[in-house]
Design a protein around this ligand. Structure first.
Ligand code: PXL
Length: 290
């Protein structure tokens, strides 16, 4: 039977403090009218940018957890994976995709491992190869520019010309995904914007959108972006519309936070902006990448 509401298996960590991964995936997709079934990869006291965090790796628990879902015969409209608690979990996620993916399942991989030129503190170098393997199974992949560089064995660029962006997107698509999306893109002609670009291999078109750059760094914005993108695609939006909605929402969430002073942990005040996801008339603001 078809699920009455779209249902997503969300394979991410649960960080108790610091709004990222499941604590943003669940509210965003729920607000968009989508059921979220979390597969928690690890439990942390706070995300790994907050000093002193604790991490309980749930690798051992996952096979029986997932086996129960197999026995229940659950069906998913999307499988959306993000931060993994160990390198071994990549094989578990691959196995999950192989057993639950049907012709109609959207597979989204956010290859969470790095930002600002560096791997996250808990990420071993081997995770890069594992994410590459997982990319072969995904339709949509949403690396930031640092993660894209790791996936492609390239160095993180200071800026990129339009033609180079197309080359990066084509190279990501060669790893498997028909719809690669790169965030935090340093596009030379738009360095004043926080830019996102995407490629749809099916029709050969490249897309770009951006929002005025805000001079600060927040954690969890990649998770927010990928969650809105996933929800939007499940609601039937085109790739550029979904990319644009996600970019617009992240920008609104950042501006809803930036005005406050004295927030020590660079956290997005997500709840202030969540209701925007239900605003009826989203006006699309994307371009073809020339
Ligand atoms: O936002 C990505 C992310 C997810 N989960 C954990 C993290 C991070 C980034 O730092 O530490 C635990």
């Amino acid at each position: 039977m078809k699920n009455p509401l779209a249902r997503v298996a969300a394979i991410h960590d649960l960080s108790g403090f610091g709004r990222c991964s499941l604590t943003v995936v669940i509210p965003i997709l729920s607000t968009m009218g989508i059921e979220v079934c979390p597969v928690p990869t690890a439990i942390l006291s706070a995300h790994t940018a907050i000093e002193g965090y604790t991490l309980l790796d749930l690798t051992e628990e996952l096979p029986s957890f997932i086996d129960h879902w197999r026995k229940l015969g659950l069906r998913f409209d999307a499988i959306y994976s993000g931060f993994l608690g160990s390198v071994r979990q990549a094989d578990i996620v691959a196995d999950f995709i192989d057993s639950f993916k049907t012709e109609d399942t959207l597979v989204v991989l956010d290859p969470v491992m790095a930002d600002y030129g560096k791997l996250y503190p808990s990420m071993p170098q081997e995770m890069v190869g594992e994410m590459k393997k997982l990319a072969t199974r995904a339709q949509v992949i949403t690396p930031n520019i640092t993660e894209a560089a790791f996936l492609l064995d390239r160095s993180v660029p200071e800026f990129l010309e339009e033609e180079e962006v197309k080359d990066w997107l084509r190279a990501l698509s060669d790893l498997g995904p028909s719809m690669p999306v790169i965030t935090s893109l340093p596009l030379k002609s738009r360095l004043d914007l926080s830019t996102v670009a995407a490629y749809n291999r099916e029709d050969g078109r490249f897309w770009v959108t951006g929002r005025p750059y805000v001079p600060t760094q927040y954690h969890g914005t990649g998770d927010i972006f990928s969650s809105v993108l996933t929800g939007s695609l499940l609601q039937g939006d085109s790739l550029p519309s979904a990319m644009d909605r996600a970019s617009q929402f992240v920008a609104a969430a950042i501006r809803g936070t930036f005005g406050y002073s004295g927030l020590p942990h660079h956290e997005i005040l997500l709840e202030r902006t969540l209701k925007n996801l239900n605003v009826a008339n989203h006006s699309d603001n994307y371009d073809l990448l020339p």
